[in-house]
Write a protein of this length. Structure first.
Length: 202
């Protein structure tokens, strides 16, 4: 007598698309519970309260960079703002390295100083306006998630330098995309009175 076949196995759940996996992973990098209160380096790496956001700390870190972008545009000329960005990047490498040790993982979610610097790279030489700040924010977040090479290569370097440089690379891609958007808008809508007439692209 032949045995009846068992129940068919339940279909496995579909695997999320790689992009969706990356988006979900942005807020899920945590190590052991840290010992002791955070020091100045850790708070700098978290950009104050931004890195402690319960969801999407990278997005909140980028939002926290917008007031700094406004202040740099108001008080410094474009070359000085670029020098400031380079110096903040160097300090950010040290802060991210120390914060990584504190959190027990090199690219812990509360570390968002890299998003701050990456956003400043995106907005380099672009005079402040709210429309430009918003477009730059969206472009930087897009490239920070996609991480085209070499950002993806830096992302695999698990120390403060890698944490910082993958967002700097994403910021360079976002800067190029922002300039292309400005050129396209000039061709389509003209120039007078619009933010896309004051950027770097001729």
């Amino acid at each position: 007598m032949s045995s009846s076949p068992g129940p068919a196995p339940a279909p496995s759940a579909p695997t999320p698309a790689p992009l969706l996996q990356r988006i979900r992973a942005r807020g899920q990098r945590s190590g052991p519970r840290p010992q002791g209160p955070p020091g100045p380096w850790v708070l700098l790496a978290a950009w104050g309260p931004c890195g402690y956001a319960p969801v999407a700390p990278g997005t909140f870190g980028t939002l926290g960079a917008i007031p700094l972008y406004w202040a740099l545009d108001r008080w410094l000329d474009a070359p000085q703002a670029l020098v400031f960005t380079v110096l903040l990047c160097a300090v950010g490498v040290a802060a991210a390295q120390r914060a990584g040790r504190y959190w027990g993982i090199a690219d812990a979610s509360p570390i968002v100083i890299d998003e701050v610097v990456g956003y400043l790279v995106t907005m380099a030489f672009v005079p402040f306006s709210w429309p430009a700040a918003l477009v730059g924010f969206l472009l930087f977040r897009l490239f920070d998630v996609l991480k085209p090479w070499p950002a993806s290569a830096f992302d695999r370097v698990k120390n403060g330098f890698g944490v910082m440089m993958d967002d700097v690379a994403a910021g360079v891609f976002a800067w190029c995309a922002l300039q292309l958007v400005a050129v396209a808008l000039r061709l389509l809508a003209g120039c007078p009175g619009h933010w896309w007439c004051t950027g770097v692209a001729p």
